[in-house]
Design a protein around this ligand. Structure first.
Ligand SMILES: Cc1cc2nc3c(=O)[nH]c(=O)nc-3n(C[C@H](O)[C@H](O)[C@H](O)COP(=O)(O)O)c2cc1C
Length: 438
């Protein structure tokens, strides 16, 4: 192997990564498709800090004073809104991308701590419905696996207009994962790559969406909350249109949001960071007079209780997690380090979501590999992780003097960088300055 001359000066524009990507593209003639979210450094929740209480604010005592965590989602129009014990939900991830065992484990973990799970492209599985106390059913442009009976079996309906990892793009499931069962549920041929629609086939704008929402309410007897999920781009306008169309809940998924598979160029170059999207969404809801009445769920790069608390302080009612939930289940654990190496991947990396050879049994359709995930154990791990997120968020809220997570507010936060300050619309630490604020 040629060792590069250490005296060679690396170009900032054509660095080693760029050179190797050009070489790969020239060699193969295909673009890179991968899972996971944006890998570039983006302004994120890490760039915000809480101002704990001291003299001007009164903190709450962790061991004696309560800090509640429950949330009601979708009480604007639905007969049966969702009552969740914690404001951390499981994001929509498709059966097809995930194994049946993984879906079951997500249901078990979420139900144990009183929160919801969400289906995904490809329909509802008995594993997930069976184990999920609160199941949100996704209604996607592809309509794969869509059936009115399943709409009625769900506890809420989420109309997907886009995802943070690929706003403006459709789903993708490579042939390796289109097994007989997945093909049957999606009415597709086995083993052939699936690229699904980027927009709903029967509507061309918000007016049609309003009609669609009424149609879905009629089919489900006005019982279920209707969510609308958008990838973060022109969030201020999108949220306004979603509310006008009749959404009970708006889900905003930022650019860091995970995906099972899409083009790398899409993941890294389309959309805006989660941090930038939340204040836009909150402003839109406030101007319409529906902040806290139409609930806001935020996703995209949520990893810790600090992230949860910061999203809520900026105005979210709840958050959703995808990638972190899979890590919690046990996916890509060091236990399988050798197998990952053989796949050209590494334990803890998620680029290989699409390949379907996950030795941990989570992002695969291989019946033998799927057996490596015990849904009971996976569910237990997820429940533990969700409890930790909740306790961390409560710790921060109490330190800010808040007796409920929803009482966190932008005034509790400052930013570490000028970029984060401008995007999150909270002052730069130690100043009263918010760039761009009047
Ligand atoms: C394996 C996987 C599969 C996904 N499948 C879907 C899907 O079918 N429908 C959808 O709306 N979003 C899908 N997503 C995106 C998630 O719903 C969510 O927006 C995203 O994962 C949130 O970001 P996070 O992964 O950083 O938590 C998927 C994400 C992952 C990781």
């Amino acid at each position: 192997m040629n060792t590069p001359n250490p005296a060679l000066r690396e170009s900032a524009t054509f660095d080693r990564g760029v050179i190797s990507e050009i070489q790969r593209a020239a060699e193969t003639g295909i673009y890179d498709i991968r899972g996971w979210g944006a890998k570039r450094r983006l302004p994120h929740f890490d760039d915000l800090l809480f101002l704990g209480a001291s003299m001007s604010r009164y903190p709450l005592e962790g061991y004696r004073e309560k800090c509640d965590t429950d949330v009601v989602l979708g009480d604007r129009n639905a007969k049966f809104p969702l009552h969740l014990d914690i404001p951390i939900t499981i994001a929509g991830m498709s059966f097809g991308a995930l194994s049946g065992q993984a879906k079951e484990a997500l249901g078990r973990g979420a139900s144990e701590v009183g929160t919801s799970t969400t289906t995904g492209d490809g329909g509802m599985t008995p594993e997930e419905r069976g184990q999920s106390k609160n199941l949100v059913y996704q209604y996607l442009p592809s309509r794969y696996g869509m059936n009115p009976d399943d709409l009625r079996k769900a506890d809420a309906i989420e109309i997907v207009l886009g995802q943070g990892a690929k706003p403006g793009g459709g789903g993708m499931l490579l042939g390796q994962k289109i097994t007989e069962r997945v093909a049957g549920m999606r009415t597709l041929p086995m083993g052939v790559d699936q690229r699904s629609a980027c927009r709903h086939p029967d509507w061309t704008g918000p007016d049609d969406l309003a009609i669609k929402i009424i149609e879905l309410r009629e089919i489900t007897n006005w019982e279920k909350p209707i969510y609308i999920k958008v990838g973060a781009t022109r969030t201020y306008y999108d949220v306004k249109l979603a509310v006008k169309a009749g959404a009970d809940v708006v889900v905003v998924d930022g650019m860091q949001g995970g995906t099972a598979a899409t083009q790398d160029v899409f993941i890294e170059h389309v959309g805006i960071p989660t941090l930038a999207a939340i204040p836009q969404a909150v402003q839109a809801l406030q101007e319409l007079g529906v902040h806290r009445k139409v609930q806001l769920i935020v996703s995209g790069g949520i990893r810790s209780g600090a992230d949860v608390a910061k999203a809520m302080a900026l105005g979210a009612d709840a958050v959703a997690i995808g990638t972190a939930a899979l890590i919690a289940l046990g996916d890509n654990s060091p236990r399988y380090a050798k197998q990952y190496e053989e796949l050209g991947s590494a334990a803890g990396f998620y680029d290989d979501f699409q390949a379907g050879k996950d030795p941990a049994g989570i992002t695969t359709q291989d019946p033998e590999l799927s057996k490596n995930l015990d849904p009971v154990e996976g569910g237990r791990r997820l429940a533990n992780y969700l409890r930790v997120l909740t306790m961390e968020a409560q710790t921060l809220a109490r330190a800010c003097g808040k007796s409920h997570l929803r009482n966190l507010e932008p005034e509790d936060l400052v930013a570490l960088t000028v970029e984060a300050s401008a995007m999150a619309r909270v002052p730069l630490a130690g100043t009263t300055w918010i760039p761009g604020a009047l």
